[in-house]
Design a protein around this ligand. Structure first.
Ligand code: GDP
Ligand code: GDP
Length: 435
């Protein structure tokens, strides 16, 4: 259904530059340091109204760091499995290498359409040099420059001919996007690894190893969703300032791009203000939120402990009292699938649409029983209400004197909406308009 274009090739040929060019986003962190690896990376692209997903497979890692090789090769294979079209990037500045030939041998055996992308072909000379890659046995090379975009149009014209459907549906639409947020070391990447049932993130103590946000399509309970792991930088790594900068930016971006945020807390450390900041940010961005208190295995507890935590948490978050709070242990695989289920439920809540008649049927009696208190001797009358077709639940109440509706009454209406229609985990916006 979805059209997927995978970018493969040896390191430094310009894969992530091409990825950025196609997705027009800073999706991949670019860094020339050796030993910096990336996991499979998704982004969304469009060419002449055809939408498709691009995967940057990251690189085979240079030289002696063959610790990574198996892991990365596996990921290239996963990317190949999923791809509709493969873009095999080579470099006209360095010319053909043995590693290019190794890649070609693997790619010739796959039955996917493969395009040889002769990158860095800014000059006429290099465009000519591109012809040498014909020897790879994968058809005519396409000279392009990922850097300035030259030649990419001709390439994409060919690529889209392989798309099954017309791909007009926006791949962003319809698939729930879940991000996992939280302070460092709460267990975000352990969580993702368990969910995926494999070591996906390459976590080693080798200096310079960084991880990027990783978007992974995942299937559970018969539903597709995209999981974004915003796990930051390993503390042990030597951090380059710009990588850290991007990592924070990306974490915010991942939140922005997701529908539901799972905000992870560390039970062994209790609540910290940073946790509430993250939750507050997600709520302000009108995201669904599930609070996951991790490492529940590591705290001493009796049958009252969870309740106690929940109460304290809600008190500290007031007036936000509608977030699901889950106690889990990634290590003991306790309730982690329930957390995902809850996130899907919150996604449904976020997209729930209440018809105008149902809404008025439920809410008018509530308003009659407890009308807005009159202000300055004036009676305030709410006539009717409706839900707007917005990405997160938004209701408009039409009334005679919208400016006199007090915040406490707004909260009353919100609570009644929640009581009738169940918007667990989702911020609700209310507007009052004159009618
Ligand atoms: P990757 O390891 O294959 O993902 O390669 P990168 O995208 O990180 O690029 C490696 C280097 O090649 C970087 O220094 C880029 O700036 C450079 N590069 C990428 N694309 C082009 C291009 O089209 N022309 C030129 N001249 N350099 C490029
Ligand atoms: P991240 O920085 O948020 O991605 O955190 P990591 O996934 O790297 O985990 C940080 C540390 O917490 C590691 O030492 C994990 O082994 C540990 N950890 C993760 N989940 C649990 C858990 O459920 N229980 C306990 N006791 N430790 C955990």
């Amino acid at each position: 259904m979805a059209n997927i274009v995978a970018i493969v090739g040896r390191p430094n040929v310009g894969k992530s530059t091409l990825f950025n060019r196609l997705t027009e986003q800073r999706q991949a962190i670019m860094d020339n340091q050796s030993g910096v690896t990336r996991d499979r990376h998704y982004g969304f692209a469009e060419w002449t109204d055809k939408h498709f997903t691009v995967i940057d497979t990251g690189g085979y890692v240079v030289g002696s760091e063959d610790v990574f090789e198996g892991a990365i090769r596996e990921q290239v294979e996963i990317a190949l499995d999923e791809a509709t079209v493969v873009l095999f990037v080579v470099d006209t500045m360095t010319g053909m290498t043995g590693l290019d030939e190794d890649f070609a041998n693997v790619l010739r055996r796959s039955n996917k359409p493969v395009y040889v992308v002769a990158n860095k072909s800014e000059t006429a000379e290099r465009r000519q040099a591109a012809a040498e890659f014909y020897a790879l046995g994968l058809g005519d090379p396409y000279p392009v420059s990922a850097q300035d975009g030259g030649g990419t149009g001709d390439l994409l014209d060919k690529v889209i001919t392989h798309f099954q459907s017309d791909g007009v549906e926006n791949p962003n639409g319809g698939i729930p996007r879940i991000s996992i947020l939280g302070r460092p070391n709460v267990g975000k990447s352990s969580f993702v690894n368990v969910l995926l049932g494999q070591e996906r993130n390459i976590v080693t103590d080798i200096a310079g190893t960084t991880r990027d946000a990783i978007n992974t399509r995942y299937r559970a309970y018969g539903q597709d969703f995209i999981l974004t792991d915003t796990a930051g930088i390993r503390r042990k790594s030597k951090i380059k300032d710009n990588i850290e900068f991007y990592s924070i930016l990306r974490s915010l971006k991942a939140m922005e791009e997701s529908d539901v945020c799972i905000v992870m807390l560390d039970a062994t450390r209790g609540f910290e203000s940073q946790d509430f900041n993250i939750i507050g940010q997600a709520i302000r961005a009108k995201k669904g939120v599930v609070v996951m208190i991790n490492k529940w295995d590591a705290v001493e507890k009796d049958h009252k402990t969870a309740d106690h935590w929940r109460k304290e948490m809600i008190q500290r978050m007031m007036p936000i009292d509608y977030l699901p709070i889950m106690f889990a242990s990634v290590h003991e695989k306790q309730r982690i699938f329930q957390v995902i289920e809850k996130a899907m439920e919150v996604y449904e809540n976020k997209h729930k649409k209440i018809t105008t008649s149902k809404l008025n049927e439920a809410m008018q009696p509530e308003i009659e029983a407890y009308p807005p208190p009159s202000t300055k001797g004036k009676q305030i009358k709410i006539k009717y209400m409706l839900q707007l077709p917005t990405p997160s639940p938004t209701f408009v109440f039409f009334c005679n004197l919208p400016q006199y509706i007090k915040e406490s009454y707004e909260r009353f209406l919100e609570n009644k909406l929640r009581a009738h229609f169940g918007f667990d985990g989702v911020p609700i916006t209310l507007f009052f308009r004159q009618k």
